[in-house]
Design a protein around this ligand. Structure first.
Ligand code: ADP
Ligand code: MG
Length: 726
């Protein structure tokens, strides 16, 4: 009965996870937003879910940079927690300040210098202190307009920001404050530092946060009273206010716990719902698989996983299985076999990839492999428009297309299948449960789901994070893989590294050069990547290509295609290549400022090499000021290629010391909880959720009601939708 009640028209799903790279998500989020409005959100949350432009000072101009940060509603601002806090010291002159220090100082601009080429390089304002020391105030992109207004030559200003050295020059990049007077007050003030995007400033965001915090409703407590008292946590609204004001471990923990609890509750509700659903048993007859002509024998782990999947598919109750395998373990071919089982049983299969690049690549790989089988495969992404899109939609509806590979576009409302039997979700960690559900609403019956992930989350967390799924593990790499020779090299040896890259590509081989995302401001990172690209291109010529998140899709494709075909030898990229790109001939990877990356991310990046039979090398360039922990973390990367060991030891190395740094949890479905909090509190939250559901499965008690509000607050309300269905 619940399955019948939850028809496609009622797919009131909202995402459990915000995906940060893909523009496509905005449109989807809007569609989902409409769905949620129609759903039964408690009125008390309405002020929080009001559009962000209901806040003072948010006009059309600010919408875009706010959108970029995923801030579209009042709620999002309240949960946009500071990345850290600064306390500044006022100094009389630059000699009193240390490099890397946050300072407040009086400076007098002497000269404005625009970039030599329009749109390239920074805008610099040279300014001097009272004793005549010179310092550059450096601006990228449109921020230069602000500089022109705020820093007239000859007029003294209070400037607050982080003093850095750039070559021989002292500089402050994008000062936090420029004031005509009253700058002394900035001293010793503890100020939040928020993640920004171009067009936003710290004071602006702080102002919005203050407004959002002023509108918090009083919500009934959803945390178990025992938990709550034992930890001495603040109430929800107090916790949010405290977390914006200063470092406060208790407040942060409470907010993280909320998120973990919401996630566990939703997962458990999904699992309960899935148990009651009816799917269709898919039994293959090997008619297609026997025609496959794989260039390699399957590993034992691959064969075992395929068997497990086959057994699930043969059941009527829909499969919910996670295929977990380290980078390079060969998940794609397992997915292929599973999809062929569906096709043999005269059903269709859909494969969802998190990025356009990856979708395209899967499509090409699968198409090659499928050639002898006569199976029809199509690619559908947000970019397909007009005729080609129409014909794909037709093919899916009339069943002439057996397999479709694509991005989110494959589960838009307009996409209808004749008989969708299996959904494969690659790089599962990038998607939330709700998106999976949206897909499973597509078939007449609930299709089987195979999710794949390379995220080496520690074993202890698997259950809690993927609690609603069965797990198959690819714990064996294909044979003949050579260990990747990983070396840690000081950034000061950049010259040698470039020469090495030159020799490598000179001999016809390929390489990746990865530039980090380190600034609050994406434009700064892109500027750095572009500068590196320009330098390498000057040295090596046209064989160098660039890929980053702000390029449009055609440019990205063109660069990727040149690299994949072997025409381009060196790919300079930001972390967009992190996920799944497979170019076996690329055997060298350089990662700049490696200490800035999370280890899980480094591991994923490194997994792009070592895919062919040739020996691969990964060079981790490290900055000069490396902490003891930082040194140990890079040493760990050198020592092992075991993703699980890396994940587990990384957690240990970082310990509880890292209070903030929510970015570190980018590989999990959590935005507030960081890895350490996840490890410490997720098992507790999971038990708590289970107990609550055991006692009050319909969430009808006062605490159950509060828990419903929590699910809406964290947009895990599909859990509630399922409840309504049941
Ligand atoms: P991932 O698990 O990271 O998605 P892929 O499916 O992309 O890994 O596989 C990585 C590479 O290993 C691909 O080039 C693929 O063709 C190759 N491969 C997969 N299975 C095997 C196997 N059994 N023997 C040899 N090579 C394999
Ligand atoms: Mg893959």
């Amino acid at each position: 009965m619940p399955a019948a009640k939850l028809g496609a028209g009622q797919a009131n799903c909202k995402f459990g996870v915000v995906i940060w790279h893909e523009g496509a998500v905005t449109a989807l989020a809007k569609a989902a937003q409409a769905a949620i409005d129609a759903a039964m959100r408690p009125d008390i949350l309405n002020p929080l879910f009001a559009e962000i432009d209901t806040l003072d000072g948010v006009g059309p101009k600010l919408r875009k940079p706010l959108d970029k940060l995923g801030l579209t509603r009042v709620r999002d601002v309240a949960y946009h927690l500071p990345e850290r806090f600064v306390t500044r010291r006022a100094v009389g002159n630059l000699d009193e300040a240390g490099e890397g220090e946050q300072i407040v100082i009086q400076l007098t601009p002497t000269e404005h210098r625009a970039p030599r080429m329009q749109g390239r390089g920074p805008y610099r304002v040279f300014a001097q202190d009272v004793v005549g020391n010179i310092c550059a105030l450096t601006y990228f992109g449109r921020a230069s307009y602000t500089a022109k207004k705020q820093l007239p030559v000859g007029e003294t200003r209070w400037v607050a920001g982080k003093l850095e050295r750039y070559g021989d020059m002292l500089q402050i990049v994008h000062p936090d404050h420029v004031l005509e007077e009253g700058g002394e007050s900035l001293q010793r003030l503890c100020e939040p530092v928020y993640a920004l995007s171009e067009g936003l400033t710290q004071p602006k965001l702080a102002g919005l946060a203050e407004q959002a915090l002023g509108q918090l409703p009083r919500l009934a407590e959803w945390i178990d009273p025992g938990q709550f008292d034992k930890n001495g946590w603040p109430a929800w609204s107090d916790a949010l206010k405290l977390a914006h004001k200063a470092e406060n471990a208790s407040a942060r923990d409470r907010l993280a716990y909320d998120e973990l609890l919401a996630n566990s509750l939703a997962l458990l509700l999904v699992r309960a719902d899935n148990r009651q659903r009816k799917g269709r048993a898919l039994k293959g007859d090997h008619s297609r698989r026997s025609k496959l002509d794989l260039p390699f024998p399957l590993t034992g782990a691959q064969q075992r996983s395929i068997r497990e999947i086959e057994e699930d598919l043969a059941q009527e109750s829909p499969m919910l299985r996670l295929l977990q395998g380290d980078v390079g373990a060969g998940k794609t071919v397992v997915a292929l076999e599973a999809m062929l089982v569906a096709v043999e049983a005269e059903a269709q299969a859909a494969m969802l990839a998190p990025t356009e690049i990856l979708a395209r690549q899967h499509y090409e790989t699968l198409r090659q492999m499928l050639r002898p089988t006569g199976v029809e495969i199509a690619l559908l992404t947000g970019r397909d428009k007009g005729r080609s899109r129409e014909s794909i939609l037709m093919g899916l509806l009339d069943g002439s297309i057996d397999i479709v590979v694509g991005t989110h576009a494959i589960f838009q409302e307009a996409v209808q299948y004749r008989d969708l039997g299996l959904v494969v979700i690659d790089e599962q960690h990038r998607f939330g449960v709700a998106q999976r559900l949206m897909l499973t609403r597509k078939g007449k019956r609930t299709p089987h789901t195979l999710a794949m992930t390379a995220t080496p989350i520690p074993r202890t967390l698997t259950l809690a994070q993927y609690g609603e799924m069965d797990v198959s593990r690819l714990d064996e790499l294909p044979p003949g893989r050579q260990a990747i020779d990983t070396r840690v090299v000081g950034q000061d040896r950049l010259g040698e590294v470039v020469e090495g890259v030159g020799r490598h590509i000179g001999s016809g081989r390929q390489a990746y050069w990865v530039c980090p995302m380190v600034h609050d401001n994406e434009s700064l990172d892109i500027a750095a990547a572009e500068a590196r690209y320009a330098a390498l291109k000057e040295q090596f010529g046209d064989t160098v290509v660039l890929v980053h998140g702000q390029l449009d899709a055609t440019e990205k494709d063109a660069a990727m295609a040149r690299f994949a075909s072997g025409d381009a030898k060196l790919l300079v990229a930001t972390t967009v290549i992190e996920v799944g790109v497979d170019v076996p001939a690329a055997t060298l990877m350089v990662i700049e400022q490696a200490e800035r990356f999370g280890l899980a991310q480094l591991h994923q990046l490194r997994g792009r090499v070592g895919r062919g039979a040739d020996k691969s090398v990964c060079l981790l360039l490290r900055g000069e000021a490396l902490s003891e922990t930082g040194r140990k973390r890079l040493a760990l990367m050198r020592e092992t290629q075991d993703g699980f060991r890396i994940a587990e030891e990384d957690l240990e190395l970082r310990g509880g010391g890292e209070l903030l740094g929510t970015r570190q949890s980018g590989d999990t479905p959590f935005r507030i909880a960081n890895l350490e909090q996840i490890q410490r509190m997720l098992p507790i939250a999971h038990d708590d959720a289970r107990l609550l559901i055991e006692r009050d499965g319909g969430l009808k008690s006062p605490r159950g009601e509060a828990a419903r509000t929590l699910l809406y607050l964290f947009e895990r309300d599909y859990g509630v939708q399922l409840l309504r269905g049941g």
